[in-house]
Design a binder for this molecule. Sequence first.
Ligand code: PLP
Length: 379
Amino acid sequence: MTYLDHAASTPLLPEVAEAMLASMKAEFGNPSSVHGYGRRAKQVVEDAREKVAAAVGALPAEITFTGGGTEADNLALKGPFGLIPGRHVVVSAIEHRAVLDTVEWLERQGAKVSAVAVGPEGIVDPLKVAAAVNSSTVIVSVMAVNNEIGTVQPIEEIVAAVKAVNPSTLVHTDAVQALGNLPVDVKLWGVDLASFAAHKLGGPKGVGALFVRNGVRLTPLIHGGGHERGLRSGTSNVAGIAGFGVAAEIAAREVHAKSEALLALRAQLLDGIRRAVPDAGVNGDLTTRIPGNLNVSIPGTEGETLLMLLDQAGIACSSGSACASGALDPSHVLLAIGTDRALAVGSLRLSMGRATTPDDVASLLEVFPDIVGRARRAA
Ligand SMILES: Cc1ncc(COP(=O)(O)O)c(C=O)c1O
């Protein structure tokens, strides 16, 4: 099997699996217990908090562990309401559903939502974001890296532009696709809140974190025993958190070397695709994107057919469309950046990671011309 779907999830790193197993076997105590078992489990959680904090440029006290990226996004967006005057939210049109569906829910509760349009390059314009901000804007949320087209957003500039209009507006970034793919420094970005998910960087699923800048107040989503400084009640997922810590440490250490390797692989991939399918088009700006992502439109095809044929050939990737109730539903991201509907339906996301090799790329390229031909005949 050739795995080219690292943006969906990444294989667990061996070092992570080892740390998780060790923690499950030895540190089974409840981290809230005062006895030695509890203290050891708590130490595991606090060591991981330090590692995650160091990987993203935060203080350990600014890291709240959550049950994944979706929960971190929900906490970031719902948490400030009622604590800061105003009821307006600004998002970009290319956010992940974890953000878009959350703000739709807030809208049903009475919030006002502005979605900032994004051009064909797939990069959010800080001036457009600032133009949407007003005196009632509680929070702005713009992702650091788009999960479909991999484009890197100018977060630092967005924060500066937003704060120039309303210094009390909070800025959140969904950085789930950034950690492991880019150097991350929340202090450099200047954000108030940032979401992360362990499974995108070789860690386990169901574990994430929200960076909450010192001084920012949030109402928790989950009430109970007051864990995570009252922000996320519930006994901590000690093994998952231990795995996240190790994954974050490795991600930060290896990000530069990994980027170089992936840039070379992507050039090989794109070159081969263009030779096989000269009318293939790249969705979004090619250079301002994480090295492991390539999102291409293959005219005259349906992504679902391509996916199925590739899967039969042992290659796993994603398409820019999903089959919702029997009809092909093109990706909201591709439509938002102005991709023609038919091209959006015929799009593929090929995402590479730490384990991807030139042989993986060659395996895809070997079967690609035949598969595109068959998909075109089937369309
Ligand atoms: C940009 C982005 N945000 C949020 C999420 C959700 O994270 P999780 O799967 O950990 O809930 C994902 C995962 O697909 C993502 O890519």
